[in-house]
Design a protein around this ligand. Structure first.
Ligand code: HEC
Ligand code: HEC
Length: 263
């Protein structure tokens, strides 16, 4: 008897301990995750990568941006633009620019991702700037699409259109369609503000809200064509007609069968 009551008394104590353990584990996991977010990938840059980046830069970029990235008559200074700007500009094929244009256009990238990483490492060695975002920063699996839509309409739609299809700006410039941008590129565009686009700092749009925006753009990219709506209404009609015919057919068949039996 003493044994049973003893174990009964211990139970709430045990569950409290379990709760404490769970809380500690969650806290530890959270700390690990947030510290991973706080560390940009720049820490993984090697000297060899910077060396390779410098070589690629001299060959492909220095004619416009200067031998030390200081800028020249046909390109701005890249000192302090950061790895994110290089990853965005070269990753979207905007750079290297073929010739002086009003605006660099998105095209197939000329460099491999390894070469882009090297170029980014070299440019960020010239002066600190925003680092390439960590995948956890643009992961939108837990993001709120509806909220993202609200933030998008407040901050992005005036240039990129409500449906993300892009639109014209002044002086022959334009805001491009967002249908081809990857989550990483969307994040990078927000933190670097390419050309006519403003920079959206974490003070203006917190990291969580950026993920909501990415989720919304992903939704726009995968949303069914609005023209499909009419066909969508067609579907149930076709199904009803089919079911109606089948049901009537079955009733007729049963009627004939009953008629045949009663003869
Ligand atoms: C023909 C000239 C030209 C070449 C070659 C060129 N760029 Fe550019 N680059 C420009 C011009 C002009 C701009 C500014 C206009 C724009 O952003 O569209 C620019 C902008 C940039 C920016 C954005 C700077 C910022 O303030 O955010 C980056 C980063 C960049 N270039 C990197 C590169 C890299 C890396 C290469 C080589 C792979 C390269 N560029 C080759 C002309 C050039
Ligand atoms: C004032 C107008 C303006 C606003 C506001 C604006 N953008 Fe942009 N955006 C631009 C322009 C212009 C470019 C093209 C820059 C270039 O070609 O170098 C661009 C480029 C982009 C790209 C690159 C697209 C691609 O396929 O390469 C993305 C992604 C993007 N913007 C997302 C956003 C998001 C998200 C917001 C809101 C948080 C936003 N923009 C707000 C003007 C704007």
């Amino acid at each position: 008897m003493a044994n049973i009551s003893g174990s009964r008394r211990r139970r709430p104590y045990a569950s409290a301990l379990l709760l404490l353990t769970a809380l500690t584990t969650t806290g530890a996991a959270y700390a690990v995750t947030t510290s991973a977010i706080a560390n940009p990938r720049t820490s993984e840059v090697t000297a060899a990568q910077i060396q390779e980046g410098k070589r690629l830069f001299t060959e492909g970029c220095s004619s416009c941006h200067g031998l030390a990235g200081q800028g020249g008559s046909s390109g701005p200074s890249l000192i302090g633009v950061g790895a994110a700007a290089v990853d965005f500009q070269v990753g979207t094929g905007r750079m290297p620019m073929a010739q002086a244009q009003v605006q660099a256009m998105r095209k197939d990238p000329v460099y491999t991702q390894a070469e882009i990483d090297a170029l980014a490492a070299y440019v960020s060695s010239l002066g600190a700037g925003p680092g390439v975002p960590d995948p956890s920063q643009y992961d939108f699996s837990n993001a709120n699409v509806a909220r993202g839509g609200e933030i998008y309409r407040l901050n992005c739609s005036q240039c990129h259109n409500y449906a993300g299809k892009g639109g014209a700006l002044s002086d022959g410039k334009y805001a491009p369609t967002l249908m081809k941008a990857t989550p990483k590129q969307i994040y990078e565009a927000m933190i670097t503000g390419p050309q006519g686009m403003p920079v959206f700092s974490d003070a203006q749009i917190p990291a969580k809200d950026k993920q909501d925006i990415i989720a919304y753009i992903d939704y726009l990219q995968n949303a069914p064509d609005p023209g499909g709506a009419a066909l969508g209404r067609f579907g149930p009609v076709t199904e009803t007609v089919f079911l109606f015919t089948a049901a009537i057919g079955a009733v007729i068949a049963v009627t004939i069968w009953i008629g045949a039996k009663s003869r």
